[in-house]
Design a protein around this ligand. Structure first.
Ligand code: PMP
Length: 363
């Protein structure tokens, strides 16, 4: 029998008790006439071939999935010209990031992150027990790789490089990344988070796969959530040299990638050409939005992803509220700015209208 306790609450680890909550983009209410441009999702529904693969796979869900997603891992590797031993598939790249960090750091360690960047970073770092050193972005929404290299200290185990950077948009350049990698000690892991890589058109952007071959301390994160439109199924992956990949695999939860996620990702890879045509259409809309915003008088950083950034400072929440009233959900970051995902053309038009009205109403 349990003895009586004076305080029945189980104490949480201090790192967990102090965590900020991850705030997702608002969900559209069923029946509401709203466009959702708040979560960097792909506006296109899954292809019929992908839906068919999911429906087909549904009859097998009484069985556990392939634990290591071997067929999908092999297909991802083949699509990139890599060995399967360099690919680790997980349930979303945010989960894979957690496994990567678990594999290399813990209590007393330090991880250098850019800020502002992907909101999950400080949380993922804190979960390992490590501390995050935040390095401010340069004024144009770019990562400051010089300052990030300078922030590496004796306890640093990893550096997160978000390229393109969520939520501001620019990608790092190959030349500055080469200088950065030359300055990082070889025992410090460099995570290149390329969740939006398929949307990158900047000719100066780095070739991450080439860097993988050159640097044993580089790991690349990619996802099926954005370009491939499978955010709801949760599939992402890490690319790394085989020894590091094995360490990341060892840190994963068994059977974490569902059977339906695996078959949908495989069907998406099989229809890659068609899906990448959609990516081209989204990129064309991004180019149109950036040009229209600048013509309206906004100062917006370059975007190489499927979103644009409005540096609204203290007006971020008010702008987002105005957008919601107009029927489009966008993502405010209080005191900093608003991220608008690139969606269907009508949704983008509406967002541009809100941006235009905001400036002309004198705010
Ligand atoms: N990295 C970045 C930079 C992101 O913006 C996101 C999604 N918002 C992710 C990773 C996570 O993507 P997922 O877990 O859906 O693969």
């Amino acid at each position: 029998m349990l003895s009586a306790v004076t305080d029945p609450r189980v104490p949480l680890r201090p790192a967990i008790a102090g965590l900020p909550a991850y705030v997702p983009g608002a969900r559209v209410q069923v029946g509401a006439a709203a466009f959702k441009l708040s979560s960097n999702e792909n506006p296109y529904p899954p292809l019929p071939s992908v839906v068919a693969a999911i429906v087909d796979g549904a009859s097998d869900v009484n069985r556990y999935p392939d634990m290591h997603a071997s067929e999908l891992t092999a297909a991802v590797a083949a699509s990139l010209g890599l060995e399967a031993s360099s690919v680790v598939v997980g349930c979303g790249s945010v989960a894979v990031l957690g496994h990567v960090l678990t594999a290399v750091c813990g209590e007393g360690d330090d991880v250098v992150i850019p800020w502002r960047s992907f909101e999950a970073y400080p949380i993922a770092v804190a979960l390992t027990g490590a501390a995050a050193t935040r390095v401010p972005l340069a004024v144009d929404g770019r990562l400051d790789l010089v300052a990030m290299a300078a922030a590496i200290g004796p306890r640093t185990r990893a550096v997160l490089v978000c390229t393109p950077n969520n939520p501001t948009g620019p990608a790092v350049r190959a030349a500055e990344l080469a200088t950065f990698l030359a300055a990082v000690p070889p025992h410090v892991l460099v995570v290149l988070d390329e969740a939006y890589v398929e949307f990158v058109r900047d000719p100066e952007a780095p070739d991450a796969l080439g860097l993988l071959a050159e640097f044993a301390n580089v790991v690349v994160l990619r996802t099926f959530s954005k370009a491939y439109g499978l955010a709801g199924l949760r599939v992402g992956y890490a690319l790394a040299e085989p020894g590091l990949a094995q360490g990341i695999r060892a840190a994963t939860t068994p059977f974490s990638v569902s059977h339906l996620a695996q078959v949908a990702a495989l069907a998406s890879l099989a229809a890659r050409g068609e899906l990448l045509d959609r990516v081209d259409a989204i990129v064309a809309e991004r180019v149109r939005m950036l040009a229209a915003l600048r013509a309206q008088g906004w100062t917006v950083p370059d975007s190489q992803a499927n979103f644009v950034w409005l540096p609204l400072g203290d007006h971020a929440d008010a702008f987002a509220a105005a957008a919601t009233r107009a029927g489009v959900l966008v993502r405010p970051f209080a005191g900093d700015g608003v991220r608008v995902s690139v969606g269907e053309p009508e949704a983008n038009d509406l967002a541009l209208e809100v941006a235009h009205d905001w400036l002309t109403s004198g705010r």
